[in-house]
Design a protein around this ligand. Structure first.
Ligand SMILES: [Zn+2]
Ligand SMILES: [Zn+2]
Length: 377
């Protein structure tokens, strides 16, 4: 099979950076060592530039999950450019195609169905999508954003000045320019590259699919830890307009915490979340599906499926009763009816329905484990 031609610039840039990070940095560490200021700067820039991609390129610009103050947008635009992952406009255009045509090999720019290497880095090394390389018609909204267009039109100078200017200057202040550029510049770029690329490769291969199995995206706690919270990729692919990827408060998603934190300062606003009911419903549908898949392997399939479906229907009913009551309560609160008899009654009803929903959830779980976990134990 004829492979598309190599993109020489990308091959040279990736090879040079990788070689310097893998060979140059360890040799330098052995011969001269790195001091704590250099290590601290590299760690800071790793988080700052990595989260400029997740909070900026990804959740702000590609998916418009919230609004940000122009100062924040400028900072994220510079931080994002420092990761050398192309401009916001280009990145977001690719990413929107990825969501729209996920796993479709001819359309998805980094389709996971083409294997780990292709979705990780291979897609950037050859002219796979030469025709639509500068087609930004799916980002007309972004073309109206002055910060996006400024960054796009001056991408290369921003990359060079921000990366080597900043690290070079800090190195000069610290007494060793080369050492700082090597660690906080080059090595940090390579590390941020791979943690970002893991979201296209590993997060589509390794992990669970609690919300949907219509695509390859996975939820993976460990990956979330290394990707600034983007490892909850199964959730993200079904509810891409949610500013969170890890929706539970305890799920490691520093990008979500930062966006929320900035909202208290008035620097971010209109944070979008998916209604809880839709999230729960998607999860339950998947649980029923997994139960049906497992039941097929057992001798009394029909009986088990019938029982599971009965419990599931009861659960869905109780869930919608609870959320309907919750909605009525919220509306009553909005109308300032907090202290009226009506709102007290609604509050009581809501708590009761929530309890019923929780009880049925437990019942659902115990029926599930009775049939499936015991059999496999
Ligand atoms: Zn996305
Ligand atoms: Zn994806």
């Amino acid at each position: 099979m004829n492979k598309p031609p190599l993109i020489i610039t990308n091959v040279i840039v990736f090879s040079a950076l990788t070689l310097l990070a893998l060979v140059g940095t360890p040799i330098w560490a052995i011969m001269y060592g790195f001091d704590w200021i250099e290590i601290g700067t590299a760690i800071f820039l790793f988080y700052f530039t990595g989260m400029s991609i997740t909070a900026g390129y990804h959740r702000l610009w590609s998916h418009k999950t919230y609004d940000a103050h122009p100062v924040i947008r400028c900072i994220l635009a510079v931080g994002g450019a420092m990761t050398v992952q192309n401009s916001i406009l280009h990145w977001s255009s690719d990413h929107r195609v990825h969501h729209r045509h996920v796993d479709v090999n001819d359309e998805d720019p980094y389709s996971a169905k083409k294997g780990f290497w292709y979705s990780h880095m291979g897609w950037m090394l050859r002219e796979h999508k030469a025709k639509r390389f500068v087609d930004y018609s799916n980002c007309k909204d972004l073309q109206k954003d002055k910060v996006v267009m400024w960054q796009h039109n001056h991408y290369l100078p921003i990359v060079l000045i921000a990366n080597f200017g900043i690290t070079g200057f800090l190195g000069w202040l610290n007494g060793d320019i080369l050492s700082m550029v090597l660690l906080a510049g080059v090595t940090r770029i390579v590390l941020v590259h791979h943690v970002t690329f893991f979201i296209n490769s590993l997060a589509h291969i390794w992990g669970s699919r609690p919300y949907t199995d219509t695509n390859t995206a996975r939820d993976n706690h460990l990956l979330a830890f290394f990707t600034f919270g983007e490892g909850y990729h199964n959730y993200h692919h079904i509810f891409e307009y949610d500013y969170r990827n890890g929706i539970k408060w305890w799920q490691f998603d520093p990008t979500k915490w930062m966006i929320k934190g900035l909202s208290y300062l008035g620097l971010t606003s209109k944070l979008r979340t998916c209604p809880e009911e839709r999230i729960e419903k998607a999860k339950l549908e998947m649980q029923l599906k997994y139960a049906q898949d497992k039941a097929i392997l057992l001798p009394n399939t029909e009986e088990i499926i019938a029982r599971m479906e009965k419990e599931y229907e009861e659960l869905v009913q109780r869930m919608s009763d609870f959320y309907a009551a919750k909605k009525r309560l919220m509306n009553a609160k909005k109308k300032n009816l907090q202290k009226t008899y009506e709102s007290l009654e609604l509050d009581f009803k809501c708590k009761e329905l929530k309890k019923n929903f929780e009880i049925q959830k437990q019942k659902w779980r115990s029926v599930y484990s009775f049939y499936f976990e015991q059999q496999t134990a």
